[in-house]
Design a protein around this ligand. Structure first.
Ligand SMILES: N[C@@H](CCC(=O)N[C@@H](CS)C(=O)NCC(=O)O)C(=O)O
Length: 207
Protein backbone atom coordinates (compact mmCIF):
# COMPACT_ATOMS: atom_id res chain seq x y z
CA UNK A 1 0.00 0.00 0.00
CA UNK A 2 1.42 3.32 -1.11
CA UNK A 3 0.04 6.51 0.46
CA UNK A 4 -0.01 9.76 -1.50
CA UNK A 5 -0.94 13.26 -0.37
CA UNK A 6 -1.91 15.66 -3.12
CA UNK A 7 -4.75 17.14 -5.14
CA UNK A 8 -5.29 15.66 -8.60
CA UNK A 9 -5.20 19.10 -10.26
CA UNK A 10 -1.44 19.21 -9.58
CA UNK A 11 0.84 18.20 -12.43
CA UNK A 12 3.32 16.86 -9.88
CA UNK A 13 0.72 14.70 -8.14
CA UNK A 14 -0.44 13.37 -11.50
CA UNK A 15 3.06 12.07 -12.21
CA UNK A 16 2.88 9.93 -9.08
CA UNK A 17 -0.62 8.62 -9.80
CA UNK A 18 0.41 7.63 -13.32
CA UNK A 19 3.60 5.94 -12.11
CA UNK A 20 1.75 3.96 -9.45
CA UNK A 21 -0.78 2.84 -12.06
CA UNK A 22 1.97 1.76 -14.50
CA UNK A 23 3.50 -0.30 -11.69
CA UNK A 24 0.20 -1.80 -10.55
CA UNK A 25 0.62 -0.39 -7.04
CA UNK A 26 -2.32 0.06 -4.71
CA UNK A 27 -2.53 3.75 -3.98
CA UNK A 28 -4.34 5.44 -1.15
CA UNK A 29 -4.55 9.14 -1.93
CA UNK A 30 -5.50 11.97 0.44
CA UNK A 31 -6.47 15.31 -1.07
CA UNK A 32 -4.00 17.98 0.05
CA UNK A 33 -2.79 21.33 -1.20
CA UNK A 34 -4.78 24.11 -2.87
CA UNK A 35 -8.36 24.30 -1.56
CA UNK A 36 -7.81 21.14 0.51
CA UNK A 37 -5.17 22.74 2.72
CA UNK A 38 -3.33 20.37 5.08
CA UNK A 39 0.10 21.24 3.73
CA UNK A 40 0.75 23.99 6.31
CA UNK A 41 -0.26 21.76 9.23
CA UNK A 42 2.68 21.07 11.55
CA UNK A 43 2.32 17.30 11.10
CA UNK A 44 2.46 17.59 7.29
CA UNK A 45 5.36 20.05 7.45
CA UNK A 46 7.17 17.52 9.60
CA UNK A 47 7.03 15.13 6.66
CA UNK A 48 7.51 17.69 3.88
CA UNK A 49 9.00 20.96 5.15
CA UNK A 50 8.27 22.59 1.76
CA UNK A 51 4.53 22.51 2.47
CA UNK A 52 3.96 21.24 -1.06
CA UNK A 53 2.45 18.20 -2.75
CA UNK A 54 3.10 15.43 -3.61
CA UNK A 55 4.27 13.52 -0.55
CA UNK A 56 4.33 9.73 -0.40
CA UNK A 57 4.63 7.18 2.36
CA UNK A 58 5.70 3.71 1.32
CA UNK A 59 6.12 0.42 3.18
CA UNK A 60 7.81 0.77 6.54
CA UNK A 61 6.85 4.45 6.81
CA UNK A 62 9.40 5.58 4.22
CA UNK A 63 8.45 9.12 3.13
CA UNK A 64 9.56 11.09 0.11
CA UNK A 65 8.75 14.41 -1.56
CA UNK A 66 9.81 15.94 -4.94
CA UNK A 67 7.68 14.47 -7.70
CA UNK A 68 10.39 13.35 -10.12
CA UNK A 69 12.34 11.77 -7.29
CA UNK A 70 9.21 9.90 -6.25
CA UNK A 71 8.78 8.68 -9.85
CA UNK A 72 12.42 7.50 -9.88
CA UNK A 73 12.12 5.81 -6.50
CA UNK A 74 8.93 3.94 -7.35
CA UNK A 75 10.35 2.76 -10.68
CA UNK A 76 13.67 1.75 -9.14
CA UNK A 77 11.92 -0.14 -6.38
CA UNK A 78 9.02 -1.74 -8.22
CA UNK A 79 9.69 -1.76 -11.98
CA UNK A 80 12.35 -4.47 -12.00
CA UNK A 81 14.35 -3.13 -14.92
CA UNK A 82 11.43 -1.87 -16.99
CA UNK A 83 10.62 1.75 -16.41
CA UNK A 84 13.93 2.23 -14.59
CA UNK A 85 16.43 1.07 -17.21
CA UNK A 86 19.10 -1.42 -16.12
CA UNK A 87 21.43 -0.06 -18.76
CA UNK A 88 23.29 2.84 -17.12
CA UNK A 89 23.41 5.02 -20.22
CA UNK A 90 19.69 4.60 -20.92
CA UNK A 91 18.94 5.30 -17.25
CA UNK A 92 20.87 8.53 -17.22
CA UNK A 93 19.39 9.71 -20.49
CA UNK A 94 16.03 9.23 -18.77
CA UNK A 95 17.32 11.14 -15.72
CA UNK A 96 18.62 13.93 -17.94
CA UNK A 97 15.24 14.55 -19.57
CA UNK A 98 13.44 14.31 -16.23
CA UNK A 99 15.64 17.03 -14.78
CA UNK A 100 15.12 19.06 -17.95
CA UNK A 101 11.37 18.83 -17.45
CA UNK A 102 11.72 20.21 -13.92
CA UNK A 103 14.37 22.83 -14.51
CA UNK A 104 13.71 24.05 -18.07
CA UNK A 105 10.38 23.06 -19.63
CA UNK A 106 8.17 23.50 -16.57
CA UNK A 107 9.52 26.92 -15.52
CA UNK A 108 9.26 28.15 -19.13
CA UNK A 109 5.60 27.23 -19.55
CA UNK A 110 4.37 27.85 -16.02
CA UNK A 111 3.31 31.48 -16.47
CA UNK A 112 1.24 30.65 -19.55
CA UNK A 113 -0.58 27.98 -17.53
CA UNK A 114 -1.12 30.18 -14.47
CA UNK A 115 -2.31 33.12 -16.55
CA UNK A 116 -4.53 31.26 -19.00
CA UNK A 117 -6.04 28.72 -16.62
CA UNK A 118 -5.83 30.06 -13.08
CA UNK A 119 -6.17 33.81 -13.62
CA UNK A 120 -9.50 35.51 -14.42
CA UNK A 121 -9.47 36.89 -17.99
CA UNK A 122 -9.69 40.52 -16.83
CA UNK A 123 -6.58 40.13 -14.67
CA UNK A 124 -4.33 38.34 -17.15
CA UNK A 125 -0.91 39.71 -17.97
CA UNK A 126 -0.52 39.26 -21.73
CA UNK A 127 3.19 40.07 -21.64
CA UNK A 128 3.80 37.20 -19.23
CA UNK A 129 1.86 34.83 -21.46
CA UNK A 130 3.82 35.86 -24.54
CA UNK A 131 7.13 35.60 -22.71
CA UNK A 132 6.25 32.15 -21.40
CA UNK A 133 5.10 30.87 -24.80
CA UNK A 134 8.22 32.26 -26.47
CA UNK A 135 10.42 30.57 -23.87
CA UNK A 136 8.62 27.26 -24.33
CA UNK A 137 8.62 27.00 -28.13
CA UNK A 138 12.37 26.35 -28.61
CA UNK A 139 12.26 23.74 -25.85
CA UNK A 140 9.41 21.95 -27.57
CA UNK A 141 11.43 22.00 -30.78
CA UNK A 142 14.22 20.26 -28.85
CA UNK A 143 11.79 17.65 -27.60
CA UNK A 144 10.40 17.15 -31.09
CA UNK A 145 13.93 16.65 -32.45
CA UNK A 146 14.67 14.11 -29.72
CA UNK A 147 11.49 12.21 -30.53
CA UNK A 148 12.22 12.26 -34.27
CA UNK A 149 15.01 9.77 -33.57
CA UNK A 150 13.48 7.79 -30.69
CA UNK A 151 10.06 6.33 -30.05
CA UNK A 152 10.21 7.42 -26.41
CA UNK A 153 12.24 9.90 -24.42
CA UNK A 154 15.02 7.54 -23.36
CA UNK A 155 15.06 5.30 -26.43
CA UNK A 156 12.83 2.68 -28.01
CA UNK A 157 10.96 1.79 -24.80
CA UNK A 158 8.61 3.60 -22.45
CA UNK A 159 10.51 4.54 -19.26
CA UNK A 160 10.09 6.71 -16.17
CA UNK A 161 11.14 9.76 -18.22
CA UNK A 162 8.01 9.65 -20.34
CA UNK A 163 5.81 10.27 -17.29
CA UNK A 164 6.91 13.78 -16.19
CA UNK A 165 7.28 14.90 -19.79
CA UNK A 166 3.93 13.38 -20.73
CA UNK A 167 2.27 15.30 -17.88
CA UNK A 168 3.95 18.52 -18.98
CA UNK A 169 2.85 18.11 -22.61
CA UNK A 170 -0.66 17.16 -21.50
CA UNK A 171 -0.87 20.50 -19.71
CA UNK A 172 0.65 22.43 -22.59
CA UNK A 173 -1.73 20.95 -25.16
CA UNK A 174 -4.71 21.89 -22.99
CA UNK A 175 -3.85 25.60 -23.06
CA UNK A 176 -5.97 27.74 -25.39
CA UNK A 177 -3.08 28.64 -27.70
CA UNK A 178 -2.12 28.46 -31.35
CA UNK A 179 0.62 25.85 -31.63
CA UNK A 180 2.97 24.90 -34.44
CA UNK A 181 2.73 21.29 -35.60
CA UNK A 182 5.15 19.01 -33.72
CA UNK A 183 4.71 15.68 -35.50
CA UNK A 184 7.05 13.68 -33.30
CA UNK A 185 5.76 15.06 -30.03
CA UNK A 186 2.21 14.44 -31.29
CA UNK A 187 2.97 10.82 -32.27
CA UNK A 188 4.68 10.13 -28.94
CA UNK A 189 1.99 11.86 -26.89
CA UNK A 190 -0.74 9.92 -28.71
CA UNK A 191 0.99 6.66 -27.75
CA UNK A 192 1.05 7.79 -24.10
CA UNK A 193 -2.68 8.50 -24.08
CA UNK A 194 -3.31 4.90 -25.17
CA UNK A 195 -1.63 3.47 -22.06
CA UNK A 196 -3.89 1.99 -19.41
CA UNK A 197 -1.59 3.43 -16.75
CA UNK A 198 -2.24 6.98 -17.97
CA UNK A 199 -6.00 6.73 -17.47
CA UNK A 200 -7.33 9.25 -15.01
CA UNK A 201 -4.33 11.45 -15.77
CA UNK A 202 -3.94 12.26 -19.48
CA UNK A 203 -7.70 12.06 -20.05
CA UNK A 204 -8.41 14.68 -17.36
CA UNK A 205 -8.80 18.40 -17.94
CA UNK A 206 -6.51 20.95 -16.35
CA UNK A 207 -7.49 23.44 -13.66
N1 LIG B 1 9.50 20.48 -7.20
C1 LIG B 1 8.31 20.05 -6.49
C2 LIG B 1 7.23 21.10 -6.71
C3 LIG B 1 5.98 20.77 -5.93
C4 LIG B 1 4.92 21.84 -6.12
O1 LIG B 1 5.21 23.00 -6.51
N2 LIG B 1 3.69 21.46 -5.84
C5 LIG B 1 2.59 22.40 -5.97
C6 LIG B 1 1.47 21.76 -6.80
S1 LIG B 1 1.99 21.40 -8.45
C7 LIG B 1 2.04 22.73 -4.59
O2 LIG B 1 2.18 21.94 -3.68
N3 LIG B 1 1.43 23.90 -4.46
C8 LIG B 1 0.85 24.31 -3.21
C9 LIG B 1 -0.47 23.71 -2.94
O3 LIG B 1 -1.00 22.91 -3.75
O4 LIG B 1 -1.03 24.03 -1.88
C10 LIG B 1 7.86 18.69 -7.02
O5 LIG B 1 8.11 18.40 -8.19
O6 LIG B 1 7.28 17.90 -6.24
Amino acid sequence: MLRLWGRTSSINVRKVIWTAQELGLTLQRTDAGGQFGLVREPEYLGHNPNGLVPLIEDEGGFRLWESNVIVRYLCARYAHGGLYPDDLEARFIAEQWMDWQQTALNPAGRDAFIQLIRTPAAERDEARIIHSVNATMPLLAMLDARLSAHAYIAGDKFTMADIPLGCEIHRWLALPLQRPVMPNVDRWYQSLTERTGARGVLDQGIS
